[in-house]
Write a protein that binds this ligand. Structure first.
Ligand code: THU
Length: 130
């Protein structure tokens, strides 16, 4: 991944964060998933009055990608509050693992200049797969 890719992915995630529907937590999240054929799929969190149907930004992006035929990914950017390094929740880690391996790059922000870089393998060691 180049620095150009990192910035593009973080910027796409920040743009998606603008569409976040989070009236309950007010925790606004955007995600951008980069496929191996260089396409970016974005998502935002979508909360619900009944709470449990809430969809995280990462799973929103995965659903959009997979439903459009993409199944192979290089990286994902996740951005929550600007001063944070928001990491994917446990459920999203497992959902990402369904389509990615340990090497998936995960950018956890922030902003395009404030983020932490890790991998799915670091976030979900000894992951479950059938
Ligand atoms: N959230 C995400 O969108 N992604 C994560 O990985 C962490 C949590 C959302 C779900 C909920 O709308 C809000 O952040 C607070 O948990």
């Amino acid at each position: 991944m180049t620095d150009f890719d990192r910035k593009a992915l973080l910027r796409a995630a920040m743009k998606a964060r603008e569409f976040s529907y989070a009236p309950f937590s007010k925790f606004y999240v955007g995600a951008a998933l980069l496929s191996t054929d260089d396409k970016i799929y974005t998502g935002c969190n979508i909360e619900n009055s009944a709470y449990s149907p809430t969809l995280c930004a990462e799973r929103c992006a995965v659903a959009k990608a997979v439903s459009e035929g993409a199944r192979h990914f290089v990286a994902i950017a996740v951005v929550g509050p600007e001063d944070s390094e928001t990491t994917p929740c446990g459920v999203c880690r497992q959902v990402l693992y369904e389509f990615c391996d340990e090497s998936l790059v995960v950018l956890c922000g922030g902003t395009e200049s404030h983020y932490m870089e890790t991998t799915l393998g670091e976030l979900l060691p000894k992951a479950f797969r059938l």
